[in-house]
Design a protein around this ligand. Structure first.
Ligand code: HSE
Length: 401
């Protein structure tokens, strides 16, 4: 039997208990042993809950119980999740987590401690919720040299952008509706400013390179400046606007960035709508592969955590290989990266814009008082300089390849 403790009885933690209970016959068969949730750690009590007897308030009860071999950390945030995870690993107890913030901040260190103590730090649920993506990168694609990863990694922003696209609604209006329905957080900053997607692409990029991509060095732009007019132009070009998190080898070096992009109908990520996530991976032998599904939510995320628990049960006393050293990778300066840009300026600046971007293609979508165009491929630096020379734009959005 594998005795499990769950840290945090919130949305994901209660989902972990539910998944283990609902699918116990299948899970035990696949694990080759019985999984039993012995403790649930939370500050609160849960009177009337079927598992109320398992609730404890002191982490040391779990840490000092030699029967506990696997801990599901579903608390979120850095502390006390970091201290609990580190102490559990030092005690030889495996940790399975959905906590992208902690994985992005301390992944290499916690992986090293797990190796030194013959246990595991597993984090399938930290990126893409229920979508298997960590395991494919770690196991299935080991024969590949992965040269690019492009993802829609945040469900909240994908829901907002999809609504703006389909209903012609404005950002504030859709955000409020998403909050009323419980799809968006009361404080939506981490989602709409791209910080959540940034942490997730930092994790995927680190696995891609086997070294550490510090999320703080990733250029990150959110979706708060996207307007319904931008979608009118996007529609005219048969494009949509998606918040993309990407990393790739470029002529200028290794790029990782998060920003809204115009993507064409032919792009594999175009049809990823609403709260769904997808990760599009290119390897030098396989070519393209794509992983799609529910990137958030109680049961999908919990299912990924439990899949890690099953992996721990299958490998008692062994550390599953994961290449993520703590050596930091220096990212290429975004200024040196080339894109085409979609640009909107006041109609009064049309002549100046044509002079500054002589080879750009005009785009007329019938929006009054504006002149819009798509530039050639150019570096961000060159683009910013030309744009500054004409006094800036109403908005500008990068075009995806
Ligand atoms: N806030 C996140 C999202 C939850 O909207 O995708 C899953 O990490």
């Amino acid at each position: 039997m594998v005795q499990v403790a769950v840290l945090g009885y919130g949305t994901v933690g209660s989902g972990v208990v539910e998944v283990i209970e609902t699918n116990k016959a299948d899970i035990d068969k696949k694990a080759g042993t019985h999984l039993n949730v012995k403790y649930i750690l939370d500050l609160r009590d849960f009177p009337g809950d079927p598992y109320e007897e398992k609730v404890v308030h002191d982490f040391n009860i779990i840490l000092n119980d030699p029967e506990i071999s696997v801990i599901c950390e579903t608390m979120g945030g850095n502390e006390p999740a970091y201290t609990f995870s580190k102490n559990a690993l030092l005690a030889g107890k495996s940790v399975c987590t959905s906590n992208k913030e902690l994985v992005a901040n301390h992944g290499p260190e916690l992986l090293r401690i797990a190796r030194e103590n013959h246990c595991n730090y597993l984090f399938e649920a930290s990126v893409g919720g229920g979508i298997p993506i960590i395991r494919p990168l770690n196991y299935s694609l080991t024969a590949e040299k992965i040269d690019s990863i492009t993802g829609i990694l945040n469900g909240t922003t994908n829901y907002i952008l999809t609504k703006m696209d389909k209903e012609g609604a404005g950002f504030d209006e859709v955000l409020k509706e998403a909050q009323d329905k419980g799809y968006a957080e009361k404080n939506p900053e981490a989602d709409v400013e791209g910080y959540d997607a940034c942490r997730k692409i930092a994790i995927l990029s680190s696995l891609m390179k086997g070294k550490n991509v510090d999320y703080k060095t990733i250029y990150t732009e959110g979706i708060t400046k996207i307007t319904k007019e931008d979608f009118i132009y996007a529609g005219k070009m048969n494009h949509s606007i998606k918040l993309l998190a990407m990393s790739r080898d470029t002529e200028a070096g290794f790029l990782a960035m998060v920003a809204p992009f115009m993507i064409s109908k032919e792009h594999p990520l175009y049809s990823v709508s609403d709260v769904f996530n997808a990760v599009y991976v290119h390897g030098n032998m396989l070519g393209d592969s794509m992983y799609y599904g529910r990137g958030a939510g109680k049961l999908p995320t919990a299912s990924a955590v439990v899949s890690d628990v099953v992996d721990c049960a299958r490998h008692p006393g062994k550390t599953i290989m994961c290449f993520w050293d703590d050596e930091d990778i220096t990212l290429t300066d975004i200024a040196d990266v080339k894109h085409r840009f979609f640009v909107r300026v006041s109609a009064l600046k049309k002549d100046e814009a044509i002079a500054a971007f002589p080879s750009a293609s005009e785009l007329n979508a019938g929006v009054d008082g504006e002149y819009a165009f798509v530039t050639d491929n150019m570096t961000e630096k060159e683009f910013d300089e030309k744009l500054a020379a004409i006094g800036g734009a109403i908005n500008r959005i990068r075009m995806a390849d």
